[in-house]
Design a protein around this ligand. Structure first.
Ligand SMILES: Cc1cc2nc3c(=O)[nH]c(=O)nc-3n(C[C@H](O)[C@H](O)[C@H](O)COP(=O)(O)OP(=O)(O)OC[C@H]3O[C@@H](n4cnc5c(N)ncnc54)[C@H](O)[C@@H]3O)c2cc1C
Ligand SMILES: NC(=O)c1ccc[n+]([C@@H]2O[C@H](COP(=O)([O-])OP(=O)(O)OC[C@H]3O[C@@H](n4cnc5c(N)ncnc54)[C@H](O)[C@@H]3O)[C@@H](O)[C@H]2O)c1
Length: 448
């Protein structure tokens, strides 16, 4: 008789939990996972994937407009929100089935209910059943933060935005981070009037300021309105169903939908961590060491719940490293420097390594190379928008320690150049590389 029901019980079948359970099972562990909502987690069900589909859909507005210059005659154009929404939902269903098959194919048992921690080696399912496991992995992700103000029950978060009954013609978005600016781009391109209201005067704090300044200018030129230092004071639902949004120091804004995108907090409330003696960090996160171990020797945590870097590829790597460490006999940690990231705004921006400000703050003596260019695509479309690339080079070593870009396809280009930055290549290596012409990416090897 085995001492425990399972070798590994994972709470949360999202990016980190699915990867960890299937790799652990591959190492021979008897593994199970509990999921309270849908298999796949935030990224697949209500994050990266459905968001990217909406970005693609909305970009067609611009592409269809541009084709006229290139000889195409497009008939009457119209946009049907319900058709897009339902297509996205059906694609999410397909992916959920694929993730469920992955668990089945790897012989990971799954329980479709909420799980909490009852003790260092015990989880309790919502049905009341208790299951024992040698190890427990907490991979419950994070949850949108809803600021307190009167009428906040009329606002939605990214959880609801994919399911809107009708297309909102006027949208107010609170926050100026990833989710706010991605959805500002989506709704604006699909024809809504978008107002971004932010409590500070900064957008996308972690990105290089030359890029965020450029993004702000370009989003404004595309018709998105911004109100800074404007915390929402109240939302009042009016008799016609519309919403009146009151922000400090500004006139009220009429809206059909208010999307709050003010960050995501670890989903630890009510999880029972105290039953294993685990104390939470100040943001409600589970503190872990570099091997994803908590203060309780049988419990580990990965992904957004640890509040390190809230990105899917990071959660996946942490889950994989955990499984290799605990079940594969190969202790592994994750390198958190050189994580490439992108904002799928319109235009998109992306970066890897240090920003100019961070490099200076870290005491690097640096040289900055920039390219400010008009992408060929914008040339024929007679769009004034310019792309901007920036290299941060450490003077002492000539290593490229940061690459930042805004412009068409920036995330696609950045992923490739991130390899060079991670490998520690020098500016001379970039200069030695022959340009691929005509492309936007060639700017990377032409900066002098
Ligand atoms: C709108 C949006 C867009 C995003 N876009 C991107 C992007 O473009 N690129 C990117 O890299 N990242 C993106 N992210 C972030 C990304 O989705 C997360 O970083 C990632 O999903 C974290 O993975 P995780 O495994 O930690 O948690 P999750 O994927 O959130 O999985 C946690 C799972 O646990 C379940 N759960 C929670 N509590 C319990 C419980 N007690 N019992 C059972 N199950 C439970 C949840 O239902 C969920 O399915 C986006 C996020 C959002 C919200
Ligand atoms: N492309 C991507 O990789 C991608 C896309 C979406 C989300 N994500 C991940 O999900 C996380 C959550 O996204 P997000 O956009 O919600 O968070 P965020 O941290 O990117 O932005 C939060 C914004 O809300 C503002 N804010 C915070 N508290 C506030 C308050 N009380 N009142 C008013 N404004 C407030 C902040 O100033 C900031 O502008 C991101 O940090 C990111 O890691 C990634």
């Amino acid at each position: 008789m085995a001492e425990f029901d399972y070798d590994l019980f994972v709470i949360g079948a999202g990016s980190g939990g699915v990867r960890a359970s299937r790799i652990a099972a591959g190492h021979g562990a008897r593994a199970a996972v509990a999921e309270e909502f849908r298999v796949g987690g935030t990224c697949v069900i209500r994050g990266c994937v459905p968001k990217k589909l909406l970005v693609y859909a909305s970009q067609f507005a611009e592409e269809l407009h541009d084709t006229a210059k290139l000889g195409w005659t497009i008939g009457q154009k119209s946009f049907d929100w319900a058709a897009l929404r339902d297509f996205v939902a059906s694609d999410v269903d397909r992916l959920e089935r694929a993730y469920t098959s992955t668990l089945d194919n790897n012989k990971v048992d799954h329980f479709h209910e909420r799980a909490t921690i009852a003790g260092p080696n015990t989880v309790r399912l919502a049905s009341g059943r208790e299951i024992s496991a040698k190890y427990i992995l907490v991979a419950v992700g994070a949850w949108p933060v809803m600021p307190e103000f009167p009428g906040n029950e009329h606002a939605i978060t990214s959880n609801e935005v994919f399911h809107l009954e009708n297309f909102p013609k006027r949208v107010v978005i609170q926050g100026a981070g990833y989710i706010a600016l991605e959805f500002a781009g989506i709704f604006n391109a699909l024809g809504a009037h978008v107002t971004v209201v932010n409590r500070s005067d900064k957008i996308l704090r972690s990105y290089d300021e030359s890029l965020t300044d450029r993004l702000l200018t370009m989003m404004r030129a595309r018709g998105v309105e911004f109100r800074f230092n404007a915390p929402i004071e109240s939302i009042i639902k009016q008799s016609d169903g519309s919403l009146c949004v009151n922000t400090k120091g500004f006139l009220p804004i009429e809206a059909d939908a208010v999307l709050v995108a003010t960050g995501r907090k670890p989903k630890t409330p009510g999880l029972g961590l105290e039953n294993a003696g685990i104390e939470l960090g100040p943001n409600g996160q589970i503190p872990v060491d570099e091997y994803n171990a908590t203060s309780c020797p049988s419990i580990y945590a990965v992904g957004d719940v640890t509040d390190r870097v809230q990105l899917t590829p990071v959660a996946i790597r942490e889950g994989h490293a955990f499984a290799d460490t605990v079940f594969g006999g190969k202790p592994r940690t994750i390198a958190y420097d050189h994580i490439p990231s992108a904002v799928f705004s319109q235009p998109p921006l992306a970066g890897v390594g240090l920003t100019e400000a961070a490099a200076r703050a870290a005491g690097h003596d640096i040289k900055i190379y920039t390219s400010d260019f008009r992408p060929m695509k914008n040339m024929f479309a007679t769009r004034a928008e310019r792309g901007f690339y920036k290299l941060i080079v450490d003077t002492a070593t000539d290593k490229v320690i940061g690459v930042h870009m805004i412009g068409p396809d920036a995330p696609e280009i950045l992923q490739a150049v991130a390899i060079a930055v991670k490998a520690g290549l020098t500016k001379a290596d970039f200069d030695d590389t022959v340009a691929l012409h005509p492309s936007m990416a060639e700017e990377l090897v032409l900066m002098r």
